[in-house]
Unconditional design. Structure first.
Length: 192
């Protein structure tokens, strides 16, 4: 059985820095616990000059930076929360990149590449699945539909909800290398 105290889900929103806004900088980080309760949600003033707020995707606006924490303080707070936890995320590579942290130092459950979820959603892909599509198919929920851009709280919560659909089976597969017949285990999802 999964120990809920060991898991958190994280999502970050980024802005563009420097010439042309091509470099990503952390502008918001949200972390939820296993139950979906928000345990961290702060705007972050990245190191460097913001040249593209990417508002249509990030949801970040210039006024959000008025009360934002300096990057080095936020990073320290975030890494302290993540310490010793199993981190659930939807393709969290870029989140760790903007935290200037090696993702391989953490135990990750990436819902974007989880074969159990992809099979349950009956997606025909060997690639990463979209968070939006997985939520529509498996949770019967619409996310990322706001005209204000994404919400890192919404995305972190959605990743955790998806993880909880398969948490015990996923952990069994990882710890025992179980060869599980996935389709038979999810007969109850045939109605989707």
């Amino acid at each position: 059985m999964v120990d809920p105290s060991k898991y958190v889900a994280m999502d970050c929103e980024m802005v563009g820095l420097g010439d042309g806004g091509l470099e990503s900088g952390l502008a918001r980080c949200s972390i939820v616990d296993y139950s979906g309760k928000v345990i961290y949600d702060k705007f972050v003033k990245p190191d460097g000059t913001i040249t593209d707020y990417r508002t249509e995707v990030s949801g970040i606006r210039p006024l959000d930076m008025d009360t934002a924490l300096p990057y080095h303080i936020a990073r320290e707070e975030i890494l302290k929360i993540l310490e010793g936890k199993i981190i659930v995320g939807h393709d969290p590579r870029s989140d760790f990149r903007v935290l200037s942290t090696d993702i391989t130092s953490y135990t990750i459950r990436d819902t974007s590449s989880c074969k159990l979820l992809i099979t349950m959603a009956m997606l025909k892909t060997d690639r990463r699945a979209s968070l939006k599509i997985l939520c529509q198919k498996l949770l019967r929920k619409r996310i990322q539909s706001s005209l204000r851009g994404h919400s890192s709280v919404e995305d972190a919560s959605a990743a955790m909800e998806l993880f909880k659909l398969v948490d015990n089976l996923w952990e069994v597969q990882l710890t025992k290398g179980a060869n599980v017949e996935i389709v038979n285990r999810f007969e109850k999802y045939d109605r989707y």
